[in-house]
Design a protein around this ligand. Structure first.
Ligand code: MN
Length: 207
């Protein structure tokens, strides 16, 4: 039986107030992230031991094309959701925000012109993404960075083998991420989120 467990939050639920409220964080972690965890275990439970015994979700997501067809959609969705949310919690912190420094800052300037242009592009494309999904800053095959969106819970790692894309900084724009506080105003949630971005963590991922 696959045995993935809900990763603990790296900070209290109220740490990101007032930008992201405690109630949203608690539900998001204990209900939504838990559901992806359970869903991943269930989906892998339909497969043979070679899949059930895997303990590295990134390895599973990278080889999504090899997952038997009867479980591939569920593994893609729940495995993606499982890993996306772990990355999400750890790419935010109390007192975050500001601008990155070092190699990640240089890569962003090279790809987007300036940090401000990057922020505009990331915000606009995440806000206008139709339905549910994520906006991502990713590392690409040439060692630089680019922006992409992913639908639903699909993981950037599923594009690693073919395109060499790796996730750096993701923004969850599912309504469950912001509806309690921001209702239909996704743009306000996106604008507030920049205040909690943990650029040190993103810089480490880039390296
Ligand atoms: Mn979510």
């Amino acid at each position: 039986m696959a045995n993935f467990t809900l990763p603990p939050m790296p900070y209290p639920y109220d740490a990101l107030e007032p930008h992201i409220d405690a109630r949203t964080m608690e539900i998001h972690h204990t209900k939504h992230h838990q559901a992806y965890t359970d869903g991943l275990n269930k989906a892998l439970g339909n497969l043979g031991p070679e899949w059930q015994n895997k303990s590295d979700v990134v390895e599973i997501l990278k080889s999504i094309d090899s997952v038997p067809e009867n479980a591939r959609g569920a593994v893609n969705f729940h495995g993606g959701g499982y890993n996306n949310h772990t990355l999400f919690w750890n790419s935010m912190k109390k007192g975050g925000g500001g601008e990155p420094s070092g190699e990640i800052a240089d890569a962003i300037k090279k790809a987007f012109g300036s940090f401000s242009d990057f922020k505009t592009k990331f915000s606009q494309d995440s806000t206008t993404l139709q339905g549910s999904g994520w906006g991502w800053l990713v590392k690409n095959a040439s060692g630089g960075v680019q922006f992409t969106t992913m639908p639903n819970q699909s993981s950037v790692w599923t594009r690693f083998n073919k395109e060499k894309l790796a996730p750096l900084l993701g923004l969850d724009v599912w309504e469950h991420a912001y509806y309690l506080k921001y209702q239909n105003k996704r743009a306000d949630y996106v604008a507030a989120w920049w205040n909690v971005v943990n650029w040190d963590e993103v810089g480490k991922r880039f390296k």
